[in-house]
Write a protein that binds this ligand. Sequence first.
Ligand code: CO8
Length: 258
Amino acid sequence: MSEPSHLLTEVDRHVAVIRINRPKVLNALNLELMQDLAALMEQYDADDSIRVILLAGSQRAWAAGADISDMATATRADMESRDQFAQWNRIKAIRKPIVAAVSGFALGGGCELMMHCDVVVCSENAKIGQPEINIGVMPGAGGTQRLTRAVGKAVAMDIVLSGRFLSAKEAMIFGLVSRVVPKEHWFDEAMNVAQTIATKAPISLRHAKESVLNADEIPLNDALGRERELFYMLFDTEDQSEGMSAFLEKRRPSFTGK
Ligand code: CO8
């Protein structure tokens, strides 16, 4: 696949970095970008040499939302036939861990994309929100659902109905981001987190991600049953044996993904 310029990529050891690159519009997300992003993530998901995907924006903007100029004159029929949410479903189906490196604006679709990621490392300068209400619409890519599950009804209503931006500190208190880091180090800290995760056993990572996500999707008893199954399945892997032997032998494990 030729590399699209609105997404820049590089691979650092087992971490695939994707940077959203539409600086003139604060990384607004258009359909083509979302299609390419989903395709790239699927490519990395299928590549055994990649263990973690790191998705970043720029220092000024992670993403300021869906591209408003694409939607301003759209009708309901236009929106339905574009079927933009198919791309979001593809990202939701990625099985490898996705770390978000968030700095600046994470708004609307940008906040929703952040919530599709697994670990969110957030600069202290971040401004996070669902301001769709200011432009006569509402969140459509999970902003009323994932947000409410993350922060609870009262805070979600405040964010969605007032359109206000949260600071990084508030986002941390509300459980919307995983870590807040100094603004000069936002990318490096996210890379450190991604590299740490990339040292873990790949099948354990996949099962653990699936199991955590199940907490939002299926009833508790079923999710506990599935967790147990996923746990047992890891005892069929070489990495379980390697991880436990390494611990007992007081050495670092070397995981192969088998
Ligand atoms: N879409 C298109 N262009 C944008 C967007 C956007 N979301 N955000 C910023 N831009 C453009 C501006 O128009 C401006 O362009 P130009 O230089 O040509 O005038 C440029 O980026 C810089 O922006 P500002 O001059 O406005 O910069 P400020 O620092 O003054 O303000 C803000 C920054 C606060 C981020 C401001 O730009 C803003 O409010 N942006 C819009 C935020 C917003 O409303 N986001 C939600 C969009 S709707 C949405 O996401 C729905 C998601 C539904 C699901 C996804 C389906 C695909």
